[in-house]
Write a protein that binds this ligand. Sequence first.
Ligand code: GLU
Length: 465
Amino acid sequence: MSDLRVRFAPSPTGYLHIGGARTALFNYLLAQKQQGTFVLRIEDTDVERSTQESVDAILQAMDWLGLSYDEGPFYQSERYDLYKSKVSELLDKGLAYRCYCTPEDLNAKREAAMKSGGKPRYDGTCRERTDQPDMPFVVRFKTPQEGNTSFVDRIKGAITVENEELDDLIIQRTDGNPTYNFVVVIDDAEMGINLVLRGDDHVNNTVRQIPMYKALGYEVPEFAHVPMILGADKKRLSKRHGATSVMVYREMGYLPEAMVNYLVRLGWSSGDEEIFSMDDLIEKFSLDNVGRSAGVFNPDKLLWLNEHYIKTGDPQRLGGLVAELLEGQGVSVNDGPDMTAVVTTLQDRAKTLVEMADGARFYFEAPVIYDEKAAAKFLNEEKSGVLELLIKHLGELTDYTLEGVEGAFKAIMDESGLKLGKIGPTVRVALTGGTVSPGIYDVVAVLGRDVVVGRLQKALASLSI
Ligand code: GLU
């Protein structure tokens, strides 16, 4: 065990998107690699936008990706007492103050500031106020006005801002609820997080949060801000660039290992290598190789990786996943051929599990109609002799291994004087309904004698209709 403590802190206002999943993955990998602790915290303080459905969706996506956490999930909505006590503490110490400015006051001040070329910051009207009128108020943090705030980001290097650039941030709203930047500081500190790794859209928050750590007497953690993810057009990744929800890729037939492999390369590299298992990543991942420039989302590469993992995947496991898909489509797989054998015939031809399920259907459902063009060419009157020969030899065959089937076809070719090129398409249309399928010997061997002979007989009968 090392003392590294990292966290993933999603706001449950939607599904887990590509960027969030990458943040979660990087945190998970660091914790695994250094045998640290990975904490999950659900940031559900935005009551209107947070839903249980989103929490479930996020947990499910993390589970699918294999990103297990050591502590949590903790819910910010259950920690309000702590946050309130910290507001009181800052008020008591004079490090925060009640602000009675109305939204109208603030708007007027903002406009005046902009007109005179200044920054639209809060002007500090209530900073030194000592009375406590019976009016709605927010609590603001007294951001130091002199000096600067700086930190050394583990990815971006040194970052400094002048404190006069920083606003007196609201830490508690008029309704008594604490605000995001404040509770993040309390939670990260109280949960002992010593490295905050998150998207670089939070850099501006970090410089606001650091003075609060100090005011609350907490140690400031280290920070690592990961560059954002762009679409191919170099604009911020959004739905315009394709699905951004991790779980939609699952529905499209992607494997979690392909997604993990893809996500990690959005910002991290290890030489020219492209293929990484989770174990490789746990060994190799390091912040030193996280780049400073934005990652570009490339769906073709994700598909390429998926194809790789389908080709090289364990057929038994893939079989289970394909079976689930087929059952979901109403195809009953229990009485059909062995799913592992089915998958083995399809691994070289499918890029996704959905494609694999489509390609596997004929194994479980006899063709109801034949592809019209294919039938005209390969299942016409002239083929009755070949079909009869096929029925005879494949009906007599007991050894339905690849070698056995090959031997039977050799005998059929010898007896008919026809080459495989003349026989194969007829068998394929009869057994699968179309002209695209795995190798014909594979198909015959996997379907087995009863189904093969039954489908050939049906094809023969169709010739005379
Ligand atoms: N809850 C924030 C978000 O979902 C992340 C906060 C953080 O990582 O500090 O964007």
